[in-house]
Ligand binder design. Structure first.
Ligand code: FE2
Length: 295
């Protein structure tokens, strides 16, 4: 595959803000919905001196790569004394509050419509992680999860590189979502009749998969399984230096995580019909491409 079109040079938008709750930048709904990565190189999440110990992967319970703060306030994936876990919970909760303040300011159209999901600390190094090809996030993909159907709800994510040793978080960013869909659409196959019901009944999925979820999982898998696409597709390498925050619709922007260690992340969910421009959502783009409703 030839390097057809390069990734647009403005795929990344660099913004000057250096505080979470106040700053010059606002009304960026159209940019983030247009598939741009919003990068804030000066927007730091500061750790207190006694919080730096939580960067050690030893706080992980070994079962999950994330230490997560759930919506109900509980911590998952961590081990330690009750006092330690409370300090860790407070640190991740502070990140969740910072991310909320940021999205409220950047996206006034979303106020009261975004639903906060888990916030997490990811202390492990990306390099050298063994994974099956389907779980290998060093391959370009859009986020879609086999057990968690979104039914078209958007995944807006606020990432921060916390690395204390000067190491960047390295991504590749791929082609626009519409180009990606055009490339793989001829290889999409309908779900087997009854399969969504069966997967839900067997508790493989947490809710019933829609036609949208079925297509997004196929797009995720087709891209990851296609090594020629991984090598030859339009893409740009991006280094997010320590202290950088970035905001992206990860169900829309083709991305691959190539390296780094120590990251924080907050997920928000948004109904695509609550977007500033709902027609730019993957759900509506795919419905237009397939010529049928996918909900
Ligand atoms: Fe991802």
């Amino acid at each position: 595959m030839a390097h057809a079109t390069p990734v647009p040079a403005d795929a990344l938008r660099c913004l000057p803000d250096d505080a979470w709750d106040t700053g010059p930048t606002t009304h960026l709904e159209h940019l983030v919905e247009g598939g741009h990565v919003l990068e804030f190189p000066h927007l730091r999440f500061l750790l207190a001196p006694d919080e730096r110990r939580f960067l050690d992967p030893a706080w992980s319970d070994g079962r999950s790569k994330n230490l997560s703060l759930r919506g109900d306030g509980s911590i998952r994936g961590a081990r330690g004394s009750a006092t330690d876990l409370e300090a860790l919970r407070a640190m991740i909760a502070r990140y969740a509050d910072s991310a909320q303040a940021l999205v409220d300011r950047l996206f006034p159209h979303y106020r009261g419509k975004l639903r906060a999901g888990n916030a997490s600390l990811r202390p492990f190094q990306v390099e050298g992680r063994a994974a099956s090809w389907r779980k290998d996030d060093t391959r370009l993909h859009v986020d879609a999860f086999p057990s968690n159907p979104t039914r078209g709800v958007r995944l807006l994510r606020v990432f921060h590189n916390l690395n204390p040793d000067g190491r960047a978080r390295t991504w590749r960013v791929g082609e626009p979502f519409g180009d990606f869909v055009e490339r793989f659409a001829p290889r999409l196959r309908p779900a087997l009749p009854g399969s969504a019901w069966l997967l839900h009944t067997l508790h493989v999925t947490k809710s019933r998969r829609t036609a949208y979820d079925h297509i997004m999982l196929q797009l995720h898998d087709l891209a990851k399984a296609d090594l020629e696409y991984q090598r030859g597709a339009p893409q740009a390498a991006v280094d997010f230096a320590p202290g950088t925050t970035w905001v992206v619709y990860s169900d829309q922007v083709l991305h691959a995580v190539m390296g780094g260690q120590h990251m924080m992340e907050q997920t928000f969910y948004l109904d695509p019909d609550q977007q500033y421009a709902p027609e730019t959502s993957p759900l509506h783009m795919l419905e237009r491409r397939m010529g049928r409703p996918l909900r």
